[in-house]
Each structure stands twice: as structure tokens, then as C-alpha cells.
Design a protein around this ligand. Structure first.
Ligand code: URP
Ligand code: ZN
Ligand code: ZN
Length: 462
């Protein structure tokens, strides 16, 4: 199967030109201004952008969180929604159960994805329990293509890891050429604040945010950065969300820490007042969405090139599941949906409204995730030999985001964090692995997603 994409503006993180892209056998073969080639299919991209397929390095598909609750997108609906939004690769999470091996977690996730994934995918390993005799598991995982490890400073009694476990893991991962992902919130102190709030009768959703102040995110970023520097491991802070957190990242960088920041559209878009609405439980995530002001601080950092990636932390739960915590915010499952909206949101709010460059848009949505997580140059760029994951992007199309609109909402969740927002720009054709995956509002290629074995960490070069 060959495809010739003609006459679009081809944009990578480091270059752009108007011309043609020729794809054959699942890979990009040739780029040029007027390629003298025929193909099984010719796509006219005049007036359109041709971009590398998006990479979302932070999703939680089919993830069990206890009490019988599971994120509402599995690998079928979640990867379909990703593709409709222009994301052709996801990196999800295998979550080690304390006391169990990491291999069990990986096998479980692979079984959940089997035969369902429509786009390519991989996973980070969430480490919760790393006794010294378990460390060789990490060597085996890296050899098997899992080179990134997430740890939590939040959620004591569940996912939380202590300093000793974290430092031990950091040092071992440093020796393996991997990268640590950190959920940076000081969970032990948060638990004290939560207990106080509940004792005082404060059970409404806004108290979820009030008991997780940004100072405790900044403090956790600082502390994890100090230990990462000592261990010599690159540290990727997931879901950065506050002005204080950005300051902590800046200080760590100035101190020579190899620290990278991920931000998510929900933290750029929503503020804590949403938690005080009658449906406030829908907007519970950890770290929480922040009071007005933090969003502009995050945008300023993004426009200044301080973030490495824009990911989603896609962790959808339905309105009914969130209502379980109507009387007690502790019972609301954490996490927000957004895998389909990520690229259109950032294009519209970033490129169109705030002057984000096209190359930085590509770097944030694709290239740097590929570099950080060992997928580059197979993914994250448009170059001969790279996987043919390509978007023909219409820079003019306008849509109003609505969860009830089946043409633009494919996630199995009954609301959108961006409800009513008009966005400009979106994918017209999505090509994944050299096949047309989405066109004309239809998913044309099903179940073709591959599990990706990833290489070591590489410092993002763009
Ligand atoms: O609230 C969130 N973010 N839930 C998903 C799990 C995590 O912490 O990333
Ligand atoms: Zn997290
Ligand atoms: Zn997450």
C-alpha cells in the first residue's frame, strides 16, 4: 500500500516546507517539493498542514482504581478517540500492585489491550514496591522496551512510595538509561489536611482542591529533584499544574537537574471555580485544577518553551461514577478525560490564539515525547524511514466541542471538560502505520495498534 500526500505544508519540530510526502510499506519513504511518483492513493493536502502523528505519553485506559471502578475508556474506545483527535501513539501505564511483581502488571495491561488497540501504544511501569531483590525486574523491563518508571509521592497506602524506595529506584533506573516520571504531591501532608477538612464537615468537591495546595506540589517537585540529581536520573514531572510548581522546576533546572515538565490541557483551561458548580465532582483530578491565575502562569511557561510535552492524563469516569462522592469528595474517582481534544485544543488556544509556533506545537504534541521515551526517530517526526503516522491537518476547520456530538466525541464518557468551546483546526485525515485510520468522520482501520518496544531516554533536542 502506498500513499502520496501532495502539496501540504509539511511541519516537523525543526523544519517546514510545502511539498509532498510518499509513504509505502508503513513507513515514510520520500519527501520532496514535487515528487514524480504514482501511488495507490493520492491525498491532496493543498492548504493543509502535514504533521507527525500525535503522541500522548500519559493515558490511563481500562485502569481499575478500587471499589469496582475502572476508567470508562478501554483500549478500544480510548485508542479510537485518540485517533479521531490526531494522536497515533499512546503511552499508558502498567501499575504494579504492592507486593506483586512488575511483570504481572505488564501482563495484565497487555491482556487488556489485546486485539483492541487501534493506534500504537506502549506503557510506563508504575513502581509501588521496589525491595532490593526486585531491582533486576527493572533490567528485564528495560530490555523488553519499557524504559520509563512512574512513582507517586501522593496517595499514601495505595500508590505512595517512600524516599528510600524512590531513591533506590532512581539510582537503578539511572544505570539503565531510563527516566523517572513523578506524580509530585506531598501525600502524607495532604492526608492530614483532608482529615481536618472532613472533621470540620467540609465534604464538597472544592475541598479536594483546598486540601491539596500548590505549595505541596512545588515542595514535592523540589524534593524529588534533589534526589534525582543525587541519583543522576532524568526526572519528568507529570501533570504540572501550578505557578509554584513551574517556579520549582525553574529552580531545579538552574541547579543542574535534568528535569522535564509535562502540562495537560485541563490545567491550562479549567480553574478551581469549576469545582464549585453543581456538577463540580466532574472536575476532580489530582493534582487539582487551580484557582484563577495559575492557568496564565502555565500558558506563559508553555509559550516560553519551558514544558517538554502536552499530555492528557486521560482518566475518564462518568458523571454517575463521580456522583458517588456527592456527599464526600474522597469518594470521587480522580482523573479527567481529554485524549481526543488535546491536539485541537492546543492548536486553537496555543497556535491560533496565542501565537505558539507550528514547530513548537509539533514538539509539544509529538517529537519531545518520542525523544524522552525512546521512540525517536521512529516516531515524532516526518523523515525517510520513520513510521508513517501522519496527520493532514485542516488549520481552518471550526468545531464546537460537545460531548453529545457523536461526530467529534468518541470517548466513552458523558461530558467534556471543554464543553461549548469553539476550536479552530483539526485532523482531516489520520494515517497510522501507513494506513488511513480516520477519514470523513469514520474509523477506517481497526485493531491494528502495535505494542512498541522503546529505547532509552534521550534528552529532547528540539
Ligand atoms: O487524577 C488523576 N490524575 N488521576 C490519574 C492518575 C494520576 O495520578 O495520574
Ligand atoms: Zn499522576
Ligand atoms: Zn496519570
Amino acid at each position: 500500500m502506498s500513499i502520496l500526500i501532495r502539496g501540504g505544508r509539511v511541519v516537523t519540530a525543526s523544519a517546514e516546507f510545502v511539498g509532498d510526502v510518499y509513504v509505502e510499506g508503513g513507513a515514510v519513504r520520500l519527501l520532496g517539493e514535487r515528487l514524480d511518483l504514482s501511488a495507490d492513493e493520492v491525498i491532496d493536502a493543498t492548504g493543509k498542514l502535514v504533521l507527525p502523528g500525535g503522541i500522548d505519553p500519559h493515558t490511563h485506559l481500562d485502569m481499575a482504581v478500587g471499589r469496582g471502578l475502572v476508567t470508562s475508556d478501554d483500549f478500544d474506545s480510548g485508542t479510537a478517540a485518540a485517533l479521531f483527535g490526531g494522536t497515533t501513539t499512546l503511552i499508558d501505564f502498567a501499575n504494579q500492585e504492592p507486593g506483586h511483581s512488575t511483570f504481572e502488571a505488564l501482563d495484565d495491561l497487555k491482556a487488556r489491550a489485546a486485539g483492541k488497540a487501534h493506534c500504537d501504544w506502549s506503557c510506563h511501569m508504575t513502581v509501588t514496591d521496589m525491595a532490593p531483590d526486585r531491582l533486576p525486574e527493572l533490567d528485564a523491563l528495560v530490555a523488553d522496551g519499557i524504559s520509563s518508571f512512574k512513582m507517586f509521592m501522593a496517595y499514601p497506602g495505595r500508590l505512595y512510595t517512600d524516599d528510600r524506595t524512590r531513591f533506590r529506584t532512581y539510582r537503578h533506573v539511572a544505570g539503565l538509561g531510563g527516566v523517572i516520571l513523578m506524580h509530585a504531591e506531598t501525600g502524607l501532608v495532604i492526608d492530614e489536611l483532608v482529615a481536618d477538612a472532613i472533621a470540620a464537615g467540609h465534604t464538597a468537591p472544592i475541598w479536594h482542591a483546598r486540601t491539596r495546595p500548590p505549595e505541596l506540589a512545588a515542595e514535592a517537585i523540589h524534593r524529588s529533584a534533589v534526589l534525582a540529581k543525587l541519583a543522576g536520573v532524568p526526572l519528568y514531572i507529570v501533570h504540572m499544574n501550578s505557578a509554584q510548581g513551574v517556579e520549582a522546576m525553574r529552580r531545579a533546572k538552574a541547579d543542574g537537574v535534568e528535569i522535564l515538565g509535562e502540562v495537560c490541557p485541563q490545567y491550562l483551561h479549567l480553574d478551581a471555580s469549576w469545582l464549585e458548580r453543581p456538577d463540580g465532582g466532574r472536575y476532580i483530578c489530582s493534582p487539582p485544577i487551580r484557582p484563577l491565575g495559575h492557568q496564565e502562569a502555565l500558558w506563559r511557561a508553555l509559550l516560553a518553551g519551558e514544558f517538554t510535552t502536552v499530555a492528557t492524563d486521560h482518566a475518564p469516569f462518568t458523571t454517575a461514577e463521580r456522583a458517588l462522592g456527592a456527599e464526600d469528595f474522597r469518594l470521587i474517582p480522580n482523573g479527567l478525560p481529554g485524549v481526543e481534544e488535546r491536539m485541537s485544543y492546543l492548536y486553537s488556544e496555543g497556535v491560533v490564539k496565542r501565537g505558539l509556533s507550528l514547530r513548537e506545537f509539533v514538539a509539544l504534541t509529538s517529537t519531545r515525547a518520542a525523544q524522552t521515551f525512546g521512540l525517536y526517530p521512529r516516531k515524532g517526526t516526518i523523515a525517510p524511514g520513520a513510521d508513517a503516522d501522519l496527520l493532514v491537518w485542516d488549520p481552518q476547520v471550526r468545531r464546537t466541542l460537545r460531548a453529545a456530538d457523536p461526530a467529534i466525541h468518541h470517548s466513552r464518557v458523558d461530558y467534556s471538560c471543554y464543553e461549548g468551546l469553539e476550536v479552530q483546526g483539526g485532523p482531516e485525515v489520520v494515517i497510522q502505520g501507513g494506513r488511513v485510520a480516520v477519514r470523513g468522520g469514520a474509523l477506517c482501520s481497526r485493531g491494528q495498534g502495535r505494542f512498541l518496544r522503546r529505547g532509552p531516554y534521550a534528552r529532547p533536542a528540539v
